[in-house]
Design a protein around this ligand. Structure first.
Ligand code: AFP
Length: 312
């Protein structure tokens, strides 16, 4: 942490100032800032949409794009003109898009609006971003330099890590991202769990693991949105989220590039762990854009315990 940070955090510190004080490299901090600004535009579109998803008509009777596709377009357009991004890979697109001259420093992955099927229920949803310096077709540990996610809930919050801890900001009424928690650290063990998939589809070992958590008194906390479900593990300082291998889908549901790698990067920076049950998520080699993986992510005790059950 940069000198002077302790004094300054007694006062209001905005995102740009925090990244500068924390010594985040200039292009990277400008890029993170631009993405955070996109979060404001996306939240405005969520409000305007009045919770409608694809194919709805606005008050003038015009057909509207799905919110997740709008979010993707806004993000891509902003990054295209940033001057820092050579390639953009999004959950909303089949292929990686070249958006720069090829000489820019960064490649960005995005799940522009994760959990968009929850918009109509008014549950929290989010944007997940991974920032890579080298090819995406490597393991995250070699290629990732930063990650962030934005949660659109009663408040709009953003957690970023550029490899020096994980920090939370809240969008205030003036439209400024203000530091709310610096260097978030998970406890070694939590008390909540968030299990994806249906019990009838789980493998025997995963079922035994979840049974053990239930016997240990873990409280069930599952919203169906990856961003708020991870966010509560981080903000409550521990616990576990899992979307496991299913009998019919051994690779689970969630995508490595768009969802799992960025969250694994952040959770590790907060002192937690993320594995596929055996291997760290950030050590898995990426071979295709839409590669999926089972995930166990959260505080160390629960992730290790999952490993013990799965590898019996
Ligand atoms: P959508 O983006 O289609 O709403 O999917 C959300 C999600 O990818 C992720 O946010 C959740 O953790 C997961 O799916 C929930 O999946 P289940 O509906 O199978 O519980």
């Amino acid at each position: 942490m940069a000198e002077g940070m302790n004094d300054l955090t007694k006062h209001v510190v905005d995102l740009r100032r925090h990244m500068w004080l924390d010594g985040v490299e200039v292009e990277l901090r400008r890029l993170i800032w631009q993405i955070a600004v996109v979060g404001k535009y996306i939240s405005a579109r969520i409000h305007e949409s009045n919770r409608k998803l694809a194919g709805f008509k606005n008050i003038y009777g015009e057909e509207q794009l799905a919110l997740d596709r709008i979010s993707d377009e806004i993000l891509k357009n902003k990054l295209q003109h940033s001057g820092f991004v050579s390639q953009y890979a999004s959950e909303e697109r089949d292929d990686i898009v070249t958006i720069g001259k090829g000489t820019e420093s960064y490649i960005v992955t995005a799940d522009p609006l994760d959990g968009s099927s929850l918009v109509d229920t008014n549950l929290a949803i989010g944007t997940i971003i991974g920032i890579h310096k080298k090819s995406l077709f490597d393991c995250g540990r070699n290629s990732m330099v930063a990650a962030l996610y934005i949660t659109y809930g009663p408040l709009i919050t953003m957690i970023y890590s550029a490899g020096k801890g994980a920090h939370e900001f809240v969008l205030d009424r003036e439209g400024e991202y203000v530091l709310s928690e610096e260097n978030i650290r998970l406890k070694g063990k939590g008390s909540i769990f968030s299990p994806g998939g249906l019990r009838k589809d789980w493998t025997d070992n995963h079922l035994k693991f979840i049974d053990a958590l239930e016997r240990d008194g873990y409280k069930l906390r599952y919203s169906g949105g990856f961003v708020p479900d991870i966010n509560q593990v981080i903000i409550k300082r521990g616990g576990l989220f899992t979307y496991p291998a299913l009998k019919e889908s051994p690779q689970g549901k969630l995508r490595l590039l768009f969802e799992l790698q960025p969250m694994a990067f952040i959770i590790e920076q907060a002192g937690g762990m993320a594995t596929d049950g055996k291997t760290d998520i950030l050590s898995l080699e990426i071979t295709t854009v839409n590669q999926r993986s089972p995930i166990y992510i959260g505080s160390a005790a629960e992730v290790k315990m999952a490993g013990e059950f799965l590898n019996q």
